[in-house]
Structures are given as C-alpha cells and as structure tokens.
Unconditional design. Sequence first.
Length: 246
Amino acid sequence: MTHPVQPTIDIRRADTRFATNAGWLESRHCFSFSRHYDPSNTHHGLLLVSNDDIVAPRTGFDTHPHQDMEIITWVMSGELEHKDTLGNKGLIYPGLAQRMSAGRGIWHSEKNNTLDAPVHFIQMWVLPDTEGFDPGYQQLDINPELDKGGLVPIASGRGHEAAIAIRQKNAVLWGGRLKPGETVTVPDGQFVHLYIAQGGANLENAGYLEKGAAVRLAAAGAPKLSADPLAGAEVLIWQTELPSRN
C-alpha cells in the first residue's frame, strides 16, 4: 500500500541553494549534487537533479558517463551541442525538448561552441522504471505547443503525444511560457516540483516566487499559479508519484 504524505509547500529561494562557480560554469542546484551534499536534500519524489546552468562560450562538459537515469535538458537561451556514444549529435535550443536515457551506460558531452554567447539551460534527472535497458535519445520541438499558452507536457512516461517519452510511468514534466497575468493550475500529485525558470509568479497559499525559486509540493492539491503581471513567467513542473508498496 502507498504510505500517506503530509501536505506541505516548501519554498527554496535561488540564493539559498547549493551553488557552483567554476569560471566557465555558473550553476545552482535544487538538490545535493557533485561536491555539494546534504543527506536531507537528495530528491523530491522521483526527481534527483534539477540544475540551473550557465555555460560560457567555447566551454562545456567534456565526455562523461551516465547509467540508469532519465536526463532531460531544457535550454532557456543560447545553444547547447550534444554528442553521445550512440552517434547522436545536434544543437539544443529553446523549445526543443531533449531526453537521454542512460540505461545500462552511455557517454556524452555538452558544449557551448558559440564564440560570444553563453548558454542557459535547466537539466533534470529522474529515476527510470527499470535498470539496465538499452540507452536511448529523443528530441522534439514543442514551440508550437508552448505558443498556445498554459501548461504543456514536455517529457512524459504516460504517453502524452506532444511530449518526449521517458521510461518512468510515474512522472510528467510540464512547462509553460506564461504571458503576463496568465493563470494556470499546478498539477496535483504526490510529489510536485515547481521551478520558476524566468520571470516571476504568485502561487496560491505561498506568495510571490521570483526567478530561480523552487517549490516542493507534497500532496498539496492543485493551487493556482499566476504569472507576474509585467514579466510573465517560464515554469517547469515535475509531477511524480512514488510506486505503490504492497
């Protein structure tokens, strides 16, 4: 049986989170990552990593391995070049959803090969349903869906047609480029992670959330989220459930 979850809304402001500044890389981490470790802050539901990265021109992450992880990359501005050992190569740009399933093992690199523009992206990792499967890759331009307004499925283990597919039936990543004053309903779920990637927004029962704010909702219902009346908001929302225990 599924254990009950105490309803909570936990706000983590941008300036309170783990930060990495390596010169070429500026990153803020929603959870423990790399040398930053807090045993009480390792995940929220199935979401293990949510990093907000800015990579300087002509730099990036050299080829490195991953295993048994669903990795979603969402570019906010600029271009990120992806290469992997499956032979996939391409530029990820705003509105192009990208998923790499690490499976039993894959190596990849992520580079900003432009001469003068940084690339800003959010990278998120969730646990897969099963381990040891063949690695895979998928990308999909969902700009037309985003332009319609509201929340759009970006990555889904539940068969949403307009989303890239992930190997996790208990997780959906929703995104929205909300116009000034636009209001949406946050998806209801056992564990929901709301991230303000750009702009700002008011969350019902929680107040104003500025750029970089992350909110962990647990069994918190479906509160309203209203974009800043001047700046609007770009938001990323993970809706996850932990598998039932018999």
